[in-house]
Design a protein around this ligand. Structure first.
Ligand code: ADP
Ligand code: 5GP
Length: 189
């Protein structure tokens, strides 16, 4: 059976990963989104099984004890996020390219696990101010979660130089074109 490859988009919250992922998924039919599990509360438009598998703390603990996660991390005051081995491995076996939208530590773990079979791209916001504005305008965060996301963003940005590819998401079209080129070239190499 064909074995697929991994594409990882990594960036602080609000940098534009979801927006860019949706466009990639729309443009590449061989690309499948890796649906993570999380204990955070669903946002109004989010669908269980499509955006995330929304687990309660007991379900998440059980999945850890059964070694069902390839990697998992805890942040933003205790919310946990993890990549389920089963979904990724099944899609890779079918020959899909699997798209990950995960934060820096998880991304480095996944990259280490898959080596040259994984392309990791860091998406950088143009500035701290723009990142704050985008997160505010998205309308999904309260004051406390906005503060936690911006605080974590500073730590995540310090990891950018650990990634081979860094794209600045200033103008969305330009950023997407650069991303599209990288992904296309990785898929066809
Ligand atoms: P992430 O998934 O990294 O948290 P999102 O894709 O949700 O980020 O983007 C955060 C917000 O910024 C969204 O409201 C999105 O529409 C907006 N956004 C993303 N990229 C740009 C851009 N280049 N210019 C202006 N707004 C953007
Ligand atoms: P959000 O709550 O905005 O959906 O995601 C918060 C952060 O969690 C983002 O940086 C996102 O990339 C990251 N994330 C989502 N799923 C996973 C996962 O499975 N593992 C890790 N390590 N991070 C994840």
């Amino acid at each position: 059976m064909k074995k697929g490859k991994i594409i990882i988009l990594v960036a602080p919250s609000g940098a534009g990963k979801t927006t860019l992922s949706k466009r990639l998924l729309n443009d590449f039919s061989t690309l499948k989104f890796s649906v993570s599990a999380t204990t955070r509360t669903p946002r109004p438009h989010e669908v269980n099984g499509k955006d995330y598998f929304f687990f309660d703390n007991n379900e998440f603990d059980k999945a850890i004890s059964e070694d069902r996660f390839l990697e998992w991390e805890s942040f933003y005051g205790g919310s946990r996020y993890g990549t389920l081995r089963s979904t990724v491995e099944e899609d890779l076996k079918k020959g899909y390219f699997v798209l990950f939208d995960i934060e820096v530590k998880g991304a480095l773990n996944v990259k280490a696990h898959y080596g040259d079979n994984a392309l990791a791209i860091f998406i950088k916001p143009p500035s701290d101010e723009v990142l704050k504005e985008r997160l505010k305008n998205r309308g999904t965060e309260n004051e406390e979660s906005l503060r936690m996301r911006l605080e974590r963003a500073r730590m995540e940005l310090s990891y950018a130089d650990r990634f081979e590819h860094v794209i600045i998401n200033d103008d969305l079209e330009r950023c997407y074109q650069e991303l599209h080129r990288l992904v296309h070239s990785f898929m066809t190499q």
